[in-house]
Design a protein around this ligand. Structure first.
Ligand code: NAP
Length: 316
């Protein structure tokens, strides 16, 4: 009751899932396209069997079943993005038209069903579909950072692993905006072009070039930029596993580590913290927060520089 049938144009695959499929396909000479088709054929949804994550979709409302929530203003033909994971969204793919690895987006012909309880956003008119989709994919990140950063002291240290990626950029901007000019915001990024672009935004005190899978080196590089202070808040925005310990080692005693990354091993994080004797709060990144879509789109509307970066990187 109350389902929404959507004609799907584009899937925005979760970054951890896309990276896993790329690596697995490369190892056996396959393609991401074939893996997605196989997953959807087997499971009836894009639910990566290895990472467990999905992504979200863009499409046009084809039909609305009776019993939709009261007061809703959506109608047939409206363009919508799902704000509930593809791992929970019934999907059929009739054709794959393009795979865009740089944005982890796949253009398809197909249909999906959103339930009456599934969150979605009407596509904004002041963004290209691709940019809006990229931002909405990680819409949960910045609002959560605003909450966490607003609880810190006057001169906090905030560290972002994977700071040059999509969610990392939004988190870095939000950390600076919320914690203010006296905060020390340090990003760790392994991809040089992304590190350079993040530096260009001038929201971080430093962008460390390091592989966060090396916890000792990462901690050393970060502390070298904070006069030895450990972080009050660490945000993990990477698309790969094996960085849990670096996140934990960068945090101070009773600090907070926020794992937005779906590539996180929560066993690795919990046992890693115990193993190194760190009393830190480990938070799971909830992809949903009240008003998260508007919060994130407004951030892009506020910052011309972040918007230009998103347009350049994800709009093509
Ligand atoms: P993204 O754009 O791919 O950004 C990830 C960044 O981390 C990239 O710049 C990447 O560099 C960098 N990186 C990868 N390995 C690293 C390492 N070892 N050390 C330092 N930096 C490293 O990804 P995203 O779209 O922002 O997503 C980030 C994470 O959030 C993913 O794990 C995704 O699954 C997760 N996510 C969570 C939710 C949620 O609801 N909690 C929703 C959406 C996404 P390369 O370009 O070289 O890989």
């Amino acid at each position: 009751m109350g389902e929404m049938l959507v004609q799907v144009d584009t899937l925005n695959i979760d970054a951890a899932s896309f990276r896993q499929m790329e690596e697995a396909a490369a190892a056996v000479g396959g393609t991401v396209e074939a893996r997605v088709l196989e997953t959807v054929r087997q499971r009836g949804k894009q639910h990566n069997p290895v990472t467990g994550s999905g992504g979200m979709l863009l499409g046009r409302v084809a039909e609305l079943a009776p019993g939709r929530p009261a007061g809703e203003t959506i109608g047939s033909g409206d363009r919508v993005a799902s704000l509930v994971s593809l791992s929970l969204t019934p999907l059929r793919i009739d054709e794959v038209r393009a795979v865009r690895a740089s944005s982890a987006q796949i253009d398809i012909v197909g249909e999906a069903v959103l339930f009456a309880s599934s969150a979605y956003a009407k596509m904004p008119s002041d963004f290209s579909d691709r940019v809006a989709l990229a931002a909405l994919d990680v819409a949960g990140a910045a609002p959560q950072v605003a909450r966490l950063a607003s609880r810190l002291g006057a001169t906090p240290v905030i560290v972002i692993l994977g700071g040059g990626g999509k969610s990392g950029i939004l988190c870095a901007y939000e950390a600076r905006r919320t914690a203010g000019e006296h905060a020390t915001v340090i990003a760790v990024e392994s991809h040089e072009p992304y590190a350079l672009e993040l530096e260009g935004l001038r929201v971080c005190n430093a962008v460390v070039r390091a592989d966060a899978r090396d916890p000792i080196a990462t901690r050393g590089s970060v502390l070298a930029r904070t006069e030895g202070r450990e972080a009050d808040l660490v945000l993990s925005c990477v698309n790969t596993g094996g960085t849990e310990l670096a996140s934990i080692l960068c945090a101070r005693d009773r600090g907070v580590v926020y794992f937005f990354a779906m590539s996180t091993s929560f066993t690795g994080a919990a046992l890693g913290a115990e193993g190194v004797g760190k009393d830190v709060d480990l938070l799971i990144g909830n992809g949903f927060a009240h008003g998260h879509a508007e919060h994130t789109l407004d951030l892009l509307r506020e910052s011309a520089a972040v918007r230009a970066l998103f347009d350049r990187r994800y709009g093509a």
